[in-house]
Design a protein around this ligand. Structure first.
Ligand code: FCB
Length: 458
């Protein structure tokens, strides 16, 4: 049984404690500083794609409030900050000429973090693909993977003397499936085979980028962040166990297996049939070896679990996710399932044995209200955070090599297709005034981190 309260004095002294954000969700300044358009600018400008017609044009205006936000991060007592770099700020055309003003922004960000004693964790791709590359086919074509490797080399060269942690991709499952499969995210394309073509080119992009980053930033640790959730059978039957296994194949193994040198899972290749990138000749000889480039850590974004039942004839997966009764749910209708984080971490360690695991995102959305005292008493989020820290600690006790945790998110921001409607921050943002206010969950996290430091005397 998981203990629902983490014990601050049982974390290693060098544990990484952070908060996370991404470029398109917070920066704004979409047409400033030489930034080119991304697929998210185009998607947001397409009527009906994003709730309320919201866009990332201004977002948290972080681009103009960098110093204030760096002070805010420092005030939490975290020792790391995970941000993403907007590819279209660096290479407005996707490749070719580098925009020095874009590089300068991230130089200021990195220097500002280091000056405050905070370790920068840079994600190279958190979904804002330069539009000119999408115009050439986006992630469904191989040349985008090659362009990514060039961009990764540019950033490793620019920041590698100071940035020691690079994440190639954030959640390629989302880029591939939400972007090209069900079209809920940019670029909004809807073709199963295209989404799997995209998944292969994303993984290839990762594999091509790893050695380029190492070449320019030899001291840096390099990894990938996947969105993983543990899949359970609805009933303890062979049929439902099969459904859970297929869900795990789609969401988890399709990415983990090739990254950890096993190649693509054959059961999934068979299930996809004609829609598989293999059947379409997109997986070239040597690609799987490229994707298996050794990495230093695995980044895990975890929000919920999947409880699956067998559903013959339901889509290509023949499986359906059910909504267990009696559970708590966050504002996205995602089940709160901290024990599944323990199961996931232990399973990852046992099955793939990564050198280190980092939770690069974990968090919750609730319909926050600002009280008369001006603060947000977000008890649900506080409890979510507390129970997931406890679940992580439980996994560590069971042998999972977890080395860090990043709360999603530093502050409320542009939540993709949901616009500004869904708030995930431990800091509240008033999008009219851009005022930032620490929520109760933020105070909890700050105080918890202070306790972990006091326990080890730092
Ligand atoms: C993840 C994304 C992140 C954020 C959270 C809620 O899938 O990586 O940008 O939107 O979900």
């Amino acid at each position: 049984m998981t203990n629902h309260t983490p014990t601050p004095d049982r974390f290693p002294a060098r544990f990484t404690w952070g908060v996370a954000t991404s470029s398109y969700q917070i920066e704004g300044a979409a047409c400033e500083g030489g930034r080119g358009p991304s697929i998210w600018d185009t998607f947001c400008a397409t009527p009906g794609k994003v709730r309320g017609g919201d866009t990332g044009d201004v977002a948290c205006d972080h681009y103009h409030r960098l110093d204030e936000d760096l002070d805010l991060i420092a005030s939490l007592g975290v020792n790391a900050y995970r941000f993403s770099i907007a590819w279209p700020r660096i290479l407005p055309q996707g490749r070719g000429e580098v925009n020095a003003e874009g590089v300068d922004f991230y130089n200021r960000l990195v220097n500002g973090l280091l000056a405050r004693g905070i370790t920068p964790w840079a994600t190279l791709y958190h979904w804002d693909l330069p539009q000119p590359l999408e115009d050439e086919g986006g992630w469904t074509v191989r040349s985008t993977a090659e362009a990514f490797a060039e961009y990764a080399a540019v950033m490793a060269e620019a920041l590698g003397d100071r940035v020691r942690h690079f994440i190639t991709l954030n959640e390629p499952w989302c880029s591939a499936f939400l972007g090209y499969g069900n079209g809920v995210h940019a670029p909004g394309r809807t073709d199963l085979a295209d989404s799997f073509a995209a998944s292969h080119h994303l993984l290839l992009a990762h594999g091509l980028a790893v050695p380029r980053i190492r070449e320019h930033a030899p001291e840096a640790q390099v990894g990938i962040t996947l969105n993983l959730h543990h899949a359970y059978p609805a009933q303890d039957t062979d049929a439902d166990r099969g459904a859970a296994r297929r869900s795990d194949g789609f969401q988890n193994r399709w990415y983990l297996d090739p990254v950890y040198g096993r190649g693509y899972p054959q059961d999934m290749v068979a299930l996809l049939g004609e829609a598989s990138p293999q059947a379409r000749g997109l997986v070239h000889p040597g690609d799987e070896a490229t994707i298996a480039a050794p990495t230093d850590f695995l980044g895990i974004n975890m929000y919920t679990r999947a409880v699956m039942e067998d559903a013959p004839g339901d889509g290509w997966l023949h499986a359906r996710q059910i909504r267990p009764e009696g559970s708590d749910y966050t504002g996205f209708d995602w089940e709160v399932a901290p024990e599944s984080l323990t199961d996931l971490l232990v399973r990852l360690q046992e099955d793939y044995n990564p050198p280190a695991l980092y939770i690069t995102e974990n968090g919750s959305t609730y319909p926050d209200t600002v009280s008369e005292d001006g603060t947000v008493h977000d008890e649900g989020r506080t409890r979510y955070l507390e129970s997931h820290l406890a679940a992580m600690q439980e996994a560590m006790g069971r042998g999972a090599k977890v080395r860090g945790y990043f709360a999603w998110s530093l502050m409320d921001n542009f939540e993709w297709a949901e616009g500004y409607d869904k708030r995930f921050g431990i800091v509240h943002v008033d999008f009219e005034t851009q005022a930032r206010t620490l929520k109760a969950s933020g105070r909890y996290y700050r105080d918890f981190l202070a306790q972990t430091r006091a326990a080890v005397g730092v």
